[in-house]
Design a protein around this ligand. Sequence first.
Ligand SMILES: Cc1cc2nc3c(=O)[nH]c(=O)nc-3n(C[C@H](O)[C@H](O)[C@H](O)COP(=O)(O)OP(=O)(O)OC[C@H]3O[C@@H](n4cnc5c(N)ncnc54)[C@H](O)[C@@H]3O)c2cc1C
Length: 604
Amino acid sequence: MWSYQAPLRDMQFVLEHWLEAPEAWRHSPTFEALDLPLAVQVLEQAARFSQGVLAPLNASGDRQGCQWADGQVSTPDGFAEAYRAYVEGGWPALACAEALGGQGLPQLLDAALQEMLYASNHAWAMYTGIAHGAYLCLKTHGEPWLQERYLPGIISGESLPTMCLTEPQAGSDVGLLRCRAEPQADGSYRLSGSKLFISGGEHDLTDNILHLVLARLPGAPEGSRGISLFLVPKYLEQGERSSEGRGEGNGVCNGVCNGVCNGVRCDGIEHKMGIKGSATCSLVFEAAQGWLVGEANRGLAAMFVMMNSARLHVGLQGLGHVEAAWQNARDYAGERQQMRAPLRPTGVAAQAADPIRYHPAMRRVLLELRATSEGLRAIGYWAAHLLDQAEQHSDPLARQQAEQLAQLLTPIIKAYFTEQGFRQASNALQVFGGYGYVTEFAIEQTLRDSRIAMIYEGSNEIQANDLLLRKVLGDRGQAFDLLLAQLHAEAGRGATVAECAGFAGQLASLGQALEGLVDEVCEWALEDVEYPYRAAGDFLQLCGLSLLALAWARAARVSRVLPESDPLRVAKLETAGFFFSYLLPQAEQRITAVRGARAALAFI
Ligand SMILES: Cc1cc2nc3c(=O)[nH]c(=O)nc-3n(C[C@H](O)[C@H](O)[C@H](O)COP(=O)(O)OP(=O)(O)OC[C@H]3O[C@@H](n4cnc5c(N)ncnc54)[C@H](O)[C@@H]3O)c2cc1C
């Protein structure tokens, strides 16, 4: 049966040794009260919630799905109770500022929490997943009175936000959106139009839902330069609207709102391949009252605060899927007995049939699952730690560099992690053989659930363009040099350690190859405007693999602080060896493909 246990030991390893986060917290005025034991306690509580409350609802939520009737959406049994437990546990406030009623903990701990939520129940976690991004967006761009009114509800979990970009004719290209916003004499706006595929657009977890909606003002420029962001609550506060604007006037009132329904209606929900417990809604805005967030026509800039946080979260969905896939494949491979393996671990006698985990082909897959899960965790948490440093570090240059690196990592994490989520779920399914394809073990659910993460929140193709065209070519590789410096620094440290010198040498060669490649790409992009679009996907995959190389070189080196007999130290060295022998060679293929993309593509 599908199960999930939070990998607390590895999470602690990343925090303590890979990132040395407690050292950074000690020097930060914001986090100085935080130490490793307290951080571990937080992770243990999060593990109890995700394993004990969410994981048991994963398969049942998938079977039952959401129901829509007359504009109302019911989530699967147990989802609303789980949400109440989440709020009672104070989880929505984890990484929100103390001054605003939050717990003031680092985004790094929030990243670990999110990994657990997504691994145990991706569909459920869709409802809570963008709350932190909405908090950041409103905190950065909302007017003080709007913050005062709506931030406390987001921080406490009393209200859940949505992110409303997509329309039927505007998907990847949000510049095509048509939703309109008419200014009103009282400073508010009336929004009209349709939004499609809105996650959590309607549900029964909270009373109020706060929609963050992109729309156009009258006379706004065409395209993405004419888009503004608005906050549109499902329910208005008492006395906020005149009666002719109330929901009952346009048929959207559900009769329980005491006349404060806003003009937002859920027209239906999608029937889809995975995350069936997450309501993907069509919303109709009919002169719904809203307020501008940020500057007029600069809505995308304001929304990007939310989208960057959401992209990191979507990457963590990929990590969660890889971890769940790894755990379930490992457990099954230990139980399932088929044929005799050519070799067995020392001391194990031959039997009529061996567990499939002894077969080299299965060992290869299991090691890939472990190497990917633990490698992605180090990189995902590093990105969250960089965000903390970008905000909290005492040195302005360190703050600026942390911000630049985090920006660079964001598209890689979104696209590479989610691609791995799907790929490794498929690998895990293969370990189950035919039992993986039928529903009994629910590994097929992991595969189905993981697929969407490659599409939404800016498809992986859009992420690849963002990485290569904006973040690498945009400054002719300057920000990318910061990443290369990290690779070279790690290679330098590893070179002095006998057990790690081989890994360090491979990392150094990779760094040099990347450096040369970026120079070539910059040249070719000047000669052929289409070239970078053709090369972007392979370039991003190469960067993802390079980050895994950094993750494993450092993991092997820092694992040496653990006692020699500690199984974690042994596993880290074994897995690093596997990564550098079996997975890193893919980098060569990607480099060849980035060069090969100079060849023109035919039109189909
Ligand atoms: C389950 C689910 C939940 C969602 N939740 C939300 C939500 O909460 N809020 C919200 O606003 N939206 C949401 N979406 C919408 C989602 O973000 C879009 O589906 C996504 O942005 C892609 O848009 P599209 O489906 O119109 O595909 P299209 O934009 O039509 O793209 C089709 C294909 O063309 C490629 N493509 C398009 N343009 C380019 C380009 N410039 N370069 C390279 N390739 C390109 C895409 O990568 C894709 O492979 C959700 C969708 C789903 C299915």
